[in-house]
Design a protein around this ligand. Sequence first.
Ligand code: GTP
Ligand code: MG
Length: 376
Amino acid sequence: MLTSRRLVVVSKLLGFIAALVLLVHMGAVLFSSRNNSSSHGIYTGWGSAFSNFGKYGGNAQGLNEYSPQGVKPVKAALVALIRNDDLYGMRQAIRELEDRWNHKYNYPYIFLNDKPFTSEFKQGIRDLTKAQVQFGILEPGTWGYPSWIDQEKAKKERETADYIKGHSESYRFMCRFQSGFVHKHPLLLDLEFYWRIEPDVHYYCDIDYDPFLYMKKNELKYGWNIAPDEYEPTVRTLWNTTKDFMQKNPQMIAKKNLLDWVSNPDGTYTKCHFWSNFEIVDLSLYRSPQYQAFFDHLDKAGGFFYERWGDAPIHSLAVAMFLQKSQVHYFDDIGYYHPAMSHCPKGSKTSGKCVCDPEKGWSNDFGCAKRWRSVS
Ligand SMILES: Nc1nc2c(ncn2[C@@H]2O[C@H](COP(=O)(O)OP(=O)(O)OP(=O)(O)O)[C@@H](O)[C@H]2O)c(=O)[nH]1
Ligand SMILES: [Mg+2]
């Protein structure tokens, strides 16, 4: 039998252990919410419901809707790198995306920022959706200059550049982040696919199926919507640097590839690229060793800073080198506008689903989209 003195000692010990457990737990919670970011991916611990869903998104019961907190067939999210100041433009884009599509599918949103999100930003977004929303801050070393960059040379380029966003340092940090780091952010680690979203864009048409599921079922790796050609002064040496990469790593290039889309018959650069402000991507593409090697090669060359290489031509060159045409999908049916260009599906004028004029905006009858149709 325990004496009362022993009982006191045992109960004190238990109390001490309980307090210790509580402290450790609180520490973990605090650590995970550090920098207003949750360290857990949305899908951590979820099984995949993929096989229960039909080709166009309906589930086994024929339902075409997923509940906000429920299992989704694809581990996917809508992702934006965004500034607090872009709240209004982002709200407008999300309102449309929700009304056109996501109010039924309830895919989660992930927002990333180089600065902590304000509570106004977070509330302003959460007010628009019943889907899960996560906010994260960028990991150290993923925003800014790598050690080997000559910052004086970079400054000179900014001071003399006469192309759009040429003077901007943060724009270059943004392009480098979107090219090499977004897919490595802890909040994205359990995602299979992402759909990139941006402020100030419009979604013109109802989307009556699940594009993530469509891509997964059809083994598609990259989905695009607008494909212009890049402004040459921003990518002066990008093609030569890419050719150098291919020469050094021939084994990484797909046998059936899409290089004819980015390379003219005389070997010069077509500058064709998918406009990455809209892209739906199987993230295994960006996580692959060949993509990493390509990014490292470009990053070492310094063109993010000595020129103004964008993530759009870089993603597109990767698609051209590493994928074949059957893995790339043109989302012709998604009406979309980003300042300066738009895509309006044919037949929209008379369709009840869209609110755009196919005669206006970007046309897929010419240029890089036409070229796309001719490559095999
Ligand atoms: N957190 C953060 N996000 C940024 C920064 N610069 C750009 N972004 C975001 O990165 C995305 C792309 O930037 P944009 O300025 O839209 O670039 P763009 O689409 O080439 O140019 P626009 O024609 O002006 O739209 C947007 O979602 C921006 O909000 C920055 O300095 N910090
Ligand atoms: Mg933009």
